[in-house]
Design a binder for this molecule. Structure first.
Ligand SMILES: [Zn+2]
Length: 72
């Protein structure tokens, strides 16, 4: 995706992502379509939903983080 600029400072933002550190395996955080609902087993219901990797861009000036989940 094209590099975004900070809405406050108009500075180019630094690319990155949000790390899900809660699991045994480390993964990038995903955007999932629809409301968060848990199944009987305690896991999130995500079957059949759209799932996109979240990209986090950080402003070196004001430290604001903007999140994007571009279509692949
Ligand atoms: Zn900024």
């Amino acid at each position: 995706m094209a590099q975004p600029f900070c809405t406050e400072c108009q500075r180019p933002m630094e690319g990155g992502f949000l790390l899900d550190n809660n699991n045994a395996t480390q993964e990038a955080v995903s955007w999932v379509e629809g409301p968060p609902e848990k199944s009987f087993w305690g896991s999130m219901k995500i079957k059949g939903r759209r799932k996109l990797t979240v990209y986090a861009w950080r402003c070196p000036g004001c430290s604001q983080v903007r999140l994007f989940a571009p279509q692949v």
